[in-house]
Design a protein around this ligand. Structure first.
Ligand code: NAD
Length: 265
């Protein structure tokens, strides 16, 4: 199966290149970068920290989609919207790991998912997707006397907040409580905030150093506190999840799928 990587010179892009090149069931169809990137023309093997493979990074995204059975996208929301359109134009499955997506991004993804298979997840790790199931269950069992807060920390280069994973965990907690996250989410607190509103799901963001990704969901009552946490120490785990998703969605009916679908959770 031919897999293409868009944004292949990014932190995740390089890791994805390495995983696809080394995967037995996958062939690397190529890798693209944004126009003007210093990575254009560099060898994809070298970029992945491996031996050269005589395939250069290009800026021709359409040609990459045409050459791929599935494309993996860990870029930025504006690029992801374009990639969703190209997936439809070329009939190529798409795996989206980009975070910071908003309403119009999801509209573009859902429109494309009417025509092709798309796996979209704010976190591609098995551990975090298991955690989501646990959080949903715990939130459903514990009553409203438990306040729910999601704490996350990431490296200093991350450009969106709260993280896609924190939002996934918040979504799971909201589902467990049978409420709509948008109605109860408290994403920023600053200054004279007043007391905590009952039923809110709060988010707190830390940024610094090289932290790959740490998340804790806290359930706090007057008398006790339950904390469920996940700590990622290598971004390879996201890359292997994304390649697994690409192999899974090949030949699948059109639709938007989650990582929980891929993992059968
Ligand atoms: P990064 O900034 O290192 O890499 C992004 C790359 O995309 C850059 O090389 C950039 O040049 C490239 N790019 C931008 N526009 C492009 C375009 N139009 N065409 C081709 N390439 C383009 O960022 P990163 O740390 O690799 O993270 C990328 C995204 O993946 C972020 O949104 C991050 O939050 C997300 N992420 C998701 C998961 C997950 O499991 N879902 C895990 C880690 C990171």
């Amino acid at each position: 199966m031919n897999i293409g990587i868009v944004g292949c010179a990014g932190r995740m892009g390089r890791m994805l290149l390495k995983h696809v090149i080394e995967h037995e069931a996958a062939e690397l169809a190529g890798g693209t970068e944004r126009m003007g990137s210093e990575a254009i023309d560099q060898d994809l093997g070298t970029l992945a920290g491996l031996k050269p493979i005589n395939m250069p990074v290009t800026g021709d995204t359409k040609a990459l989609f045409e050459a791929s059975d599935a494309v993996i996208d860990f870029t930025i929301p504006a690029a992801t919207r374009d990639h969703a359109k190209l997936a439809v134009e070329t009939g190529t499955a798409l795996v989206i790991g980009t975070t910071g997506l908003d309403g119009k991004d999801f509209e573009a993804i859902d429109e494309a998912a009417e025509m092709v298979a798309i796996v979209q997840a704010g976190n591609m790790s098995v551990g975090v997707n298991l955690l989501c199931g646990l959080v949903e269950k715990v939130a459903g069992v514990l009553g409203d006397e438990f306040d729910i807060e999601v704490l996350e920390m990431h490296h200093r280069h991350k450009i969106d907040a709260p993280s896609g994973t924190a939002l996934m965990l918040g979504e799971s907690a909201a589902q467990g409580r049978a409420v709509n996250l948008a109605d109860v989410s408290q994403r920023v607190r600053d200054g004279q905030t007043g007391a905590r509103r009952a039923g809110d799901i709060g988010f707190a963001t830390l940024r610094g150093g090289g932290v790959v990704g740490e998340h804790t969901v806290i359930f706090a009552s007057e008398d006790e506190r339950i904390e469920i946490a996940h700590k990622a120490s290598d971004r390879g785990l996201f890359a292997s999840g994304a390649v697994r998703a690409a192999l899974w969605c090949h030949g699948r009916a059109a639709g938007r799928y989650s990582m929980r679908d891929v993992l059968g959770l």
